[in-house]
Design a protein around this ligand. Structure first.
Ligand code: NAD
Length: 331
């Protein structure tokens, strides 16, 4: 955070929903490190108590254990709040295919509850986690914010509906918002466990346990992998910007380069081999492609650079090196 940003937020209270999760806990850590007051709302559906344990003794931190599907919990959390960083949701495309009803309840009804609670509490700005999945079946690369296709999963529908609701809440009630379409975020505290784990922590854990990581397909599919610190920067820029033209719209949050799955696995193997030379000999394996996976994803980050002064500091290589070092110590 810049000195100017810290000053702007020094007398503010920020609500981070989903604060026990991967992205939310990183946002809270940055805010608390800069002496800014934070309220966290989480029901620990996928978030971990250990992610927020280091904050519990901090006088600037308040935990509200509650569910965004409950309007009363959202109202309690929004009380006296200046800015919301709304991260709570059920992530994962496969999870939404297996259980579209719960995904919709949390990601759409829960989101609407949060908008209503934020509006009624007089919140100044509502910044929320949108998703690159909103590009759906549109094939053009790189992805630019105003050209989207049809959603390819229940999860993608929920994230697009968030954007529509945020827009209507601005037009109807004057609630200012910014949607951040995250592209494959990775970094410290991302959960490697469970059926819906993201590819980077899963591969890291497999290499560390001397198991072969499994790439779906031949490894030529690619993603714009985005290190967590770039995502934190965008969230902070979104709540602190004075640029009125930057409000009430959506932004890609990415690095702006793509890496194939095979390149990714190879880099992870190389970086982890520095900690354990046995990892060098682990074979990278392949299985069939997963239904619903788009071949390539790559963002244009021009809009974020122009309107929100976004300057991503970590490319894939530097981000992976930091992430790998963290997992080596903490897994
Ligand atoms: P995460 O699962 O680690 O964090 C989500 C948090 O929300 C968890 O702490 C969970 O307990 C909480 N939560 C879930 N349901 C809740 C409910 N009903 N009430 C209160 N809290 C609830 O996931 P993440 O990767 O940190 O994702 C954060 C946000 O970013 C999500 O909205 C996700 O859809 C979005 N996103 C993430 C990525 C990515 O690559 N990680 C990409 C695109 C969008």
């Amino acid at each position: 955070m810049t000195t100017e940003q810290i000053e702007k937020l020094s007398d503010k209270r920020i609500l981070v929903t989903g604060g026990a999760g991967f992205i939310g806990s990183n946002l809270i850590e940055t805010l608390l490190n800069n002496n800014i007051r934070v309220v966290c709302l989480d029901n620990f559906a996928t978030g971990k108590r250990k992610n927020i344990e280091p904050f519990l003794n901090n006088g600037n931190f308040k935990l509200i254990e509650g569910d965004i599907r409950n309007l009363g919990d959202c109202q309690k959390a929004c009380d006296n709040i200046d800015f919301v960083l709304h991260q709570a949701a059920l992530g994962s495309v496969p999870r939404s295919i297996k259980d579209p009803i719960t995904t919709n309840d949390v990601n759409v009804s829960g989101f609407l509850n949060m908008l209503v609670a934020a509006r009624d509490a007089g919140v100044k700005r509502f910044v929320y986690a949108a998703s690159s999945s909103t590009y759906g079946d549109h094939e053009a690369l790189p992805k630019v914010e105003d050209v989207i296709g049809k959603p390819l999963s229940p999860y993608a529908i929920t994230k697009y509906v968030n954007e529509l609701y945020a827009d209507i809440f601005h037009k109807t009630y004057g609630l200012d918002s910014i949607g951040l379409r995250y592209f494959n975020v990775f970094g410290r505290r991302q959960d490697p466990n469970g059926a819906y784990a993201a590819v980077i922590p899963k591969f890291v854990q497999q290499f560390i346990s001397h198991e072969s990581p499994m790439i779906n397909g031949d490894g030529s599919y690619s993603r714009d992998f985005t290190y967590i610190d770039n995502v934190v920067q965008m969230n902070i820029n979104a709540i602190t910007t004075d640029n009125k033209k930057a409000l009430n719209t959506v932004y890609n949050v990415a690095y702006g380069e793509h890496t194939t799955l095979l390149e990714l696995a190879t880099l992870l193997k190389e970086y982890l081999s520095e900690f354990d030379s046995n990892i060098k000999t682990i074979e990278i394996k392949h299985r069939e492609n997963r239904i619903g996976d788009i071949p390539h994803s790559l963002a244009s980050i021009d809009k974020a650079k122009q309107l929100l002064d976004y300057q991503p500091k970590y490319d894939i290589s530097n981000g992976l090196k930091e992430a790998v070092a963290w997992y080596w110590k903490n897994l």
